[in-house]
Unconditional design. Structure first.
Length: 416
């Protein structure tokens, strides 16, 4: 059971917005940071700031130890076999781009196929479009079942012996459904394809075991799971990282350089050219410690409880269209909806006037918007520091917004 006092660990959650205590419900975009992560970043700059992997000075060794401890903690967090499976990047976007240009560019041949789903974030679509374009390959899209999850019958049809890469989100940033990535990974491997998992929305919310999934690659961002911005993770199986080429070149990643040639370090260092985001990695470590203290299974349970409360109450309000299943079980902390007759941006602006912070737009998922037949939606997304009271404030504000626009509409109606 997550105690409501957990909120006090997050200084920003005390702030006001438009004269109201803020309720932050845009966690799928980015999470807030606990004091322990903020303190760790300050502490690093106050006491240990030095470059890593370079010096023999005391603080350089300390900084390197802390940076490498962050790698080990990240490996344990997703049950990776070794810290050598963990490459630090800038974000999920960067991790996916590196897989596309460092790995896929070397294996994709004309006529090959890459399989994704209609529910991917643009950062798991556009890099694959580029690979397909460069190599005259085909990008295929798996459709969704009524519950918002991947349609497994369609996945089985689309993944064939021509498929070289399957890249799929574990949790959709719009639908919230948890996809059966372990089953999809098995199908991909039966056809000799490589399985890439976009874990941007799952790593912050559910326990992840890369070995159980048998993922070849998996990507996520620190900022969505209490960590700082600018730090991301690329997990790869040892053999995949050995096959993958560095995307950036320079200091740190080399073994030996002559005037005309260079040899590289083994993974993960061969991918981390230049001075890495040392503070970001150390901040991510503090974030992982915090999450582990609460427990990922408990976080998942809490997210589900809030989502159920939210959907049950939303269903009582006429004119609310919830996308995906109306069973809360298939919305892991994410509810995407529209209010009939009100533009999503107006809904979000109205909620903001009441201190409720949500997201409206296409959520970087235009193919999905097209698939569900809308241009944009409103999205509320919960995290473990949200409470039942936050859900109730949101519902009350939603009713107020609806009422406001209904009155506006009445007043605007011509009186003949
Ligand atoms: C499912 C999914 N994939 C990828 C991303 C990209 O993450 P980032 O912007 O941190 O690179 C996001 C961000 O919202 C996401 O939700």
């Amino acid at each position: 059971m997550i105690k409501s006092e957990v909120k006090t660990d997050f200084p920003i959650l005390k702030r006001m917005v438009n004269g109201e205590p803020m309720v932050y419900l845009d966690n799928a975009a980015t999470s807030q940071k606990p004091q322990s992560v903020i303190d760790k970043l300050t502490d690093y700059y106050v006491s240990t700031n030095a470059n890593v992997h370079r010096g023999v000075s005391t603080i350089s060794v300390q900084a390197t130890d802390e940076y490498e401890a962050a790698r080990s903690a990240t490996a344990s967090f997703i049950n990776a076999p070794s810290s050598r499976n963990i490459v630090f990047t800038r974000s999920t976007t960067e991790s996916l781009n590196w897989i596309a240009s460092g790995y896929a560019d070397n294996v994709i041949q004309p006529g090959d196929e890459i399989v994704i789903t209609v529910a991917e974030h643009h950062s798991n679509i556009v890099p694959w479009q580029q690979v397909a374009k460069r190599h005259h390959a085909t990008l295929k899209y798996v459709t969704l079942a009524a519950n918002g999850q991947i349609d497994m019958a369609d996945a089985k049809q689309k993944i064939t012996d021509r498929t070289k890469i399957v890249s799929i989100n574990q949790v959709s940033n719009v639908m919230g459904a948890i996809n059966p990535v372990t089953q999809i990974s098995e199908i991909a491997h039966q056809h000799g394809a490589v399985m890439v998992v976009d874990a941007a929305q799952s790593a912050p919310h559910i326990p992840i075991d890369v070995q159980a999934i048998d993922a070849d690659f998996l990507a996520f961002s620190g900022h969505k799971m209490l960590g700082p911005t600018g730090i991301g993770v690329l997990y790869g199986k040892a053999e995949r990282l050995a096959e993958m080429q560095p995307v950036q070149f320079g200091g740190e990643m080399i073994d030996m350089v002559t005037q005309q040639t260079a040899t590289f370090q083994p993974a993960p260092l061969k991918f981390e050219a230049g001075t890495p985001n040392i503070a970001g990695a150390i901040g991510l470590h503090a974030a992982i410690d915090y999450l582990n203290q609460i427990g990922m299974a408990e976080i998942h349970r809490h997210d589900q409880e809030l989502t159920k409360r939210c959907i049950d109450k939303m269903k009582q309000i006429p004119g609310i269209i919830i996308y995906g299943d109306d069973d809360p079980v298939n919305h892991n902390g994410v509810v995407t909806f529209n209010v009939a007759g009100i533009h999503p941006h107006d809904v979000a602006t109205g909620l903001d006037m009441e201190g409720i912070e949500v997201r409206a737009g296409h959520h970087c998922a235009q193919p999905l918007m097209n698939y569900i037949g809308v241009e944009s939606t409103v999205r509320v997304s919960f995290y473990f520091y949200n409470s039942n009271a936050d859900v109730d404030r949101f519902i009350k504000a939603l009713e107020t917004v609806k009422e406001f626009f209904a009155n506006e509409f009445d007043e605007a109606e011509p009186t003949i």
